[in-house]
Design a protein. Structure first.
Length: 166
């Protein structure tokens, strides 16, 4: 899925139809056609997209020409076949070009949803460095939230193990 957003000067976010200077392109589980379209249109190496969509990819920063790729793992909650909730991480890619900001992820996630619903204070699609820092900040917030939730809802045997270590 490919969505393109643009912020107005007063911070209102709206979805637009075509790639424009200062826009945010959000790619969630994109098709090959969507990846090739954006790659060719913005002259971005195809590997930037493929790396961000590789679930075993390591976090890193890479620069090629005028394009910067930032890959980080974000926490997500998953439910298995028997209804057990567990936490895992998946990579997201942030591609910063001269003209726009691109996010790439294997699946929908609450971090990108916060931005798409215009819930992040001071968010503007054309402020690309700030946008990257805001994503990193929200990512760390979700890690802390999930750690706190896991600690508060840990099974009894985990609590017993903690008491033995003390």
């Amino acid at each position: 899925m490919l969505n393109i957003y643009m912020s107005s000067a007063n911070g209102q976010l709206k979805e637009i139809e075509d790639i424009q200077n200062g826009c945010w392109i959000n790619m969630v589980a994109p098709t090959e056609e969507e990846v090739h379209f954006v790659s060719e249109r913005l002259q971005i190496p195809i590997d930037f997209f493929k790396d961000a969509l590789d679930d075993e990819e390591r976090s890193r920063i890479e620069k090629e020409d005028h394009n910067v790729l930032i890959i980080v793992d974000i926490p997500v909650i998953t439910v298995d076949d028997i209804g057990q909730t567990f936490y895992e991480t998946i990579p997201i890619g942030m591609i910063i070009t001269d003209s726009c900001f691109i996010t790439v992820c294997l699946q929908g996630n609450p971090i990108f949803e916060q931005f798409a619903r215009n819930k992040v204070k001071g968010f503007y699609t054309f402020m690309k460095t700030r946008f990257a820092f805001q994503i990193l900040y929200l990512t760390s917030t979700y890690y802390l939230r999930y750690l706190w939730y896991g600690a508060c809802h840990a099974p009894k045997h985990v609590e017993i193990c903690r008491n033995r270590e003390s």
